[in-house]
Design a protein around this ligand. Sequence first.
Ligand code: TGC
Ligand code: FAD
Length: 390
Amino acid sequence: MPPFPGVDFIDFDSLLNDEEKLVRHTARQFVDNEILPIIEKHSREATFPMQLVPQLGELGFFGANLQGYGCAEMSNVSYGLMNQELERGDSGLRSFVSVQTGLVMYPIHSYGSDAQKNKWLPLLQEGKAIGCFGLTEPQFGSNPGGMLTRAVKKGGKYILNGEKMWITNGSFADVSVVWAKCEDEKVRGFLVEKDAPGFKAWDVHGKWSLRASVTSGLSLSDCEIPEANLLPGVTGLRGPLSCLNQARYGIGWGALGAAMACYDTALQYAKTRKQFANKPIASHQLVQEKLAWMITEITKGQLLALHVGRLKDQDKADAAHISMLKMNNVAIALETARKARDILGANGIVDDYCVMRHMNNLESVYTYEGTNDIHKLIIGEKITGISAFV
Ligand code: TGC
Ligand code: FAD
């Protein structure tokens, strides 16, 4: 398979510095050489390629935009470009890295005690420990503030009771960042280690989306953890929601990678597939309209991602900016995948091509980390000053 040439219609690369291009190149090569040859098999068999985790650690991909503890300390733009390339491989791969980085390392880094940081961050950075993030519950998805999971302090321990659902990497995580309400009704974060008494995890089967990613349920039944496993630095829903800003930002870039893979596949196919008068289907106006739509939306998405990335690097990115990035780029990626599937005709439905896998993956990406409509409402609140959630 030839190396991926990238998608750059308006000399987007002239907006990137050498470090950003180098990070993208490294991630691109990793995906071309290590992911693309095996991903269809993993997706078919519904397994995550665990053998690649040490390499992801060595490349500095875990916690890449965090400071210290062995992290790569890259800019948010470089981190975004890395996510773009990983998701060009598969959304499940990008999910693995986003959860580890934005939802596990970030809260420990931002809200953890020194002992928690020293214990977990180096291990998570190297991929020697894996983490997961337990916010969603069976009855509370878009509205995590309603969560039923409870933490009660008893002597030197916390006792946790509740259930978390749809948790990426839950069943093989060494540490779960679990969000629970305490006796004062305030949400706090807890580090639950995999062998904590009363903790169980099980896998969701039968997914037609994100098949190369493990999705789990967590059950906490009088689960005892030491008092020292409370994240001391944050109280309230803003704790978990601040982590979501990190992961949503990575998704905003990542979705572009999936869109690029679908666009590039459709373009190459359309130039070689012939129908009517022995002409390539790329010569038909309706096919060109689809390809033109894709490249236009990908280009607009790149500019939005880059600008939000530059704002984030200056600590000026607002949560609503990140919502617009996640909402827009996932929606255009899903539509790109659907149009690419159409251009491939019957070939679009088989795993000789990547488009149906990306299309199915993007259905989850459209829903997780805040559904498309929830992000519309976050933007709506920002511009009107009126919350639609109350
Ligand atoms: P609301 O009253 O608006 O806010 C409560 C407190 O939180 C603060 N806040 C934020 N802080 C930081 N970042 C944000 N994005 C924040 N949004 C709100 C807010 O200022 C307030 O703070 P304080 O100090 O005044 O108390 O909360 P609400 O209950 O009305 O909910 C708002 C809403 C609907 C936007 C929020 O609940 C939401 O975002 N819902 C979507 C849930 C979601 O995205 N879940 C994702 C779960 S994790 C996941 O999907 C991982 S997928 C992983 C993968 O594989 O990649
Ligand atoms: P619901 O909240 O029930 O929403 C259903 C529909 O109602 C949606 O269309 C939604 O937009 C709409 N809706 C809801 N409220 C409103 C409203 N106020 N106004 C208008 N429309 C509304 N969670 C974690 O905590 N950790 C993880 O690691 C994780 N990984 C995931 C991996 C996968 C593969 C998937 C699919 C999900 C994952 N999730 C995770 C859960 C994910 O965050 C939730 O699925 C998501 O937040 C939506 O919640 P829900 O599925 O309960 O849908």
